[in-house]
Design a binder for this molecule. Structure first.
Ligand SMILES: Nc1ncnc2c1ncn2[C@@H]1O[C@H](COP(=O)(O)OP(=O)(O)OP(=O)(O)O)[C@@H](O)[C@H]1O
Length: 337
């Protein structure tokens, strides 16, 4: 049996800019989102990630093709039926007046409540679970208008969770969060996908986290082509590097990071292991040196010496030896060569 929850068939997305003209953002997308998977939608600015998410959520009619939710054409579903299956979290700041965070999350239950919006004990339990899941119980009684961007974002995710959907679409859910919170939210979404069998699709510019946590990546290129695959396949095929290619910045397949092109200042042989060596390499590469290990014939060698109290660096340059107490000192020293 297929696990597909959301599928598209020859979907073309974009905007009608006038009665006769259409601005096509991406075309011929045939893809499916499976139960229990966390998919990250990546792509450069303006590629069409938000447009695709809105089209998948039934908020924006496609130019051509169709979107099916459990086999049903999404544009033909009644809003309440759609809301029971799909929740969408957008980045836009919503003006919710004087609502408390708790009340905002209760709005996620609206597809299930009676005409007056009364919450059952079960609804209340789901709301509390959703707030707890995003680690925001301490925010529950605060006014949404007084929350920071990151705090509000957590509450918006909790509202989407409270909807008990089978598919969640999130547009840059980690945009306002600090790094530990970004990791936390991504891990939470991944865990939710696995434990509740929901399909979760989120757009992000956090390539590193996406590469580490996504079950699959949908990579939308600037010319409207969607590559789909497990992250590592897209790295190996070169799709990643091609999609984000830009002047002065290069995707490094070995580290999975983007590097700035810096002028090459020379080669250094690094001796040592452990955390100090890792950050020594980072510092040296950042200022333009290529770092090797075991190339004893290079004119400059740096040995990392660490004991429980401190790190020291011994630089050997053409048989002369100097000792530095910090990476800052090394960089100054190398700049004088
Ligand atoms: N209402 C609109 N009318 C016409 N064109 C639009 C409209 N909204 C967005 N666009 C265009 O559609 C393209 C895709 O925009 P979209 O916001 O989907 O990109 P994105 O990948 O989400 O970008 P970002 O990473 O910067 O958020 C862009 O060229 C944008 O200028």
């Amino acid at each position: 049996m297929s696990n597909s929850i959301l599928t598209t068939h020859n979907l073309t997305i974009g905007y009608k800019t006038s009665r006769k003209t259409v601005r096509c953002v991406a075309s011929d997308i045939s893809v499916s989102l499976q139960a229990g998977e966390l998919v990250c939608l990546l792509g450069p600015n303006g590629a069409g990630k938000s447009t695709l998410l809105r089209s998948l959520a039934g908020m924006q009619p496609p130019i051509a093709g169709e979107v099916r939710l459990l086999g049903e054409n999404i544009y033909k579903l009644a809003p309440q039926e759609l809301a029971k299956c799909l929740s969408l979290v957008l980045t836009e700041k919503v003006d919710v007046g004087m609502l408390s965070a708790y009340t905002l999350v209760t709005l996620g239950r609206y597809p299930y409540t009676d005409w007056w919006g009364n919450l059952t004990p079960e609804d209340e339990a789901i709301v509390t679970w959703a707030i707890k899941s995003v680690g925001a119980l301490y925010l529950a009684q605060r006014q949404v208008s007084e929350l920071s961007d990151g705090e509000r974002q957590k509450i918006m995710i909790a509202r989407a969770l409270a909807q008990s959907p089978i598919v969640m679409l999130l547009d840059e859910p980690t945009a306002f969060l600090d790094l530990p919170r970004r990791v936390e939210i991504m891990q939470l979404l991944r865990q939710l996908a696995q434990e509740t069998n929901q399909a979760i699709l989120l757009s992000t510019h956090d390539l590193d986290l996406a590469l580490r946590l996504a079950d699959k990546v949908w990579l939308l290129t600037a010319n409207g082509i969607l590559h789909v695959g497990v992250p590592e396949d897209l790295v190996l095929s070169g799709a990643f590097a091609d999609s984000f290619r830009s002047e002065g910045v290069e995707f490094d397949m070995f580290s999975g990071e983007f590097n700035l092109h810096t002028s090459h200042k020379g080669d250094i042989n690094l001796i040592g292991e452990g955390i100090a060596s890792v950050w020594t390499t980072r510092a040296l590469e950042r200022v333009g040196f290529q770092v090797y290990q075991g190339k004893n014939d290079l004119p400059i060698s740096i040995e990392v010496i660490s004991n429980s109290k401190q790190f020291l660096w011994k630089i050997t340059n053409n048989h002369n030896t100097y000792t530095c107490n910090s990476l800052s000192e090394i960089i100054k020293f190398l700049n004088l060569l």
